[in-house]
Ligand binder design. Structure first.
Ligand SMILES: Nc1ncnc2c1ncn2[C@@H]1O[C@H](COP(=O)(O)OP(=O)(O)OP(=O)(O)O)[C@@H](O)[C@H]1O
Ligand SMILES: [Mg+2]
Length: 226
């Protein structure tokens, strides 16, 4: 994994049509810069725009105005295939609704994204097994996602990020509906990824995250970055 990453948001605005108020502003002229190893927490009530923010920094959704630079490239201006490639190479997702691929086994799910991107090398199966072992899921390698509990699936999604080593990690409520043990594992691995030089952006209502290392908090409700 290349160790350095830099994410720069410049004057990002985003609004959505509202039935009552014309349009509602979700992001208003937001500028911030995150470097390798930086941890950003997104705070704010349900509907304040945390997921929208993550969609914009991963080029899943265009902002109304402003630019998002990842290592100097404005990802909002990439072609659709360029955006796909940007995500496959650089963005690791750990979402509440993790999207494991149902026809594939647990270990296949760990290396599938890099396989689709044509980027699997050498001993990939062994490395995928090591990532599964890190989240205590090696014994489930040949099971289908359907056979796993919610917490186990989330741990596979984490193993996938460990395996691919992307430099921008988006964790949207990563511990929702996990038990204490799985939730602790998730937090540990997120910190590990950050120590290895990833930029970590997370949202969580889980108070266990109050003790988590956080460099910056962006409150979507108030627009304050602290
Ligand atoms: N594609 C869209 N079209 C119209 N409105 C949208 C769209 N995506 C999000 N919104 C609206 O933008 C607001 C912010 O949504 P978002 O999902 O970002 O909130 P959130 O902070 O992630 O909430 P939660 O904590 O419930 O996940 C909501 O009012 C939502 O209805
Ligand atoms: Mg959300």
């Amino acid at each position: 994994m290349e160790q350095t990453a830099r994410l720069e948001l410049k004057n990002i605005s985003k609004s959505f049509p509202s039935e009552t108020a014309g349009r509602i502003d979700i992001l208003k002229d937001v500028s911030l810069t995150l470097e390798s190893g930086c941890v950003l927490r997104l705070a704010g009530a349900s509907g304040s725009g945390k997921t929208t923010f993550m969609n914009i920094v991963s080029a899943l959704m265009p902002p109304d105005s402003g630019s998002v630079l990842f290592n100097g490239t404005d990802i909002t201006r990439l072609s659709e295939s360029g955006k796909d490639r940007f995500r496959a190479e650089n963005v690791g997702y750990i979402f509440q609704t993790f999207n494991l691929l149902s026809p594939y086994s647990v270990v296949e799910n760990v290396y599938a994204p890099l396989a689709f991107a044509g980027k699997l090398s050498g001993d990939y199966r062994k490395r995928a097994m090591q990532a599964l072992d890190r989240v205590e899921m090696a014994e489930f390698a040949d099971k289908l996602p359907y056979h796993l509990s919610v917490g186990q699936r989330q741990r596979v999604a984490i193993a996938r990020v460990l395996f691919a080593g992307q430099r921008l990690i988006l964790a949207d409520e990563p511990t929702a509906s996990l038990d204490g043990h799985s939730s602790g594992l998730v937090r540990e691995v997120l910190l590990e990824l950050s120590r290895q030089g990833a930029i970590l952006i997370f949202s969580s209502h889980d108070t266990a995250f109050d003790l988590f290392r956080t460099d910056m908090t962006f409150n979507l409700e108030t627009g304050v970055i602290s």
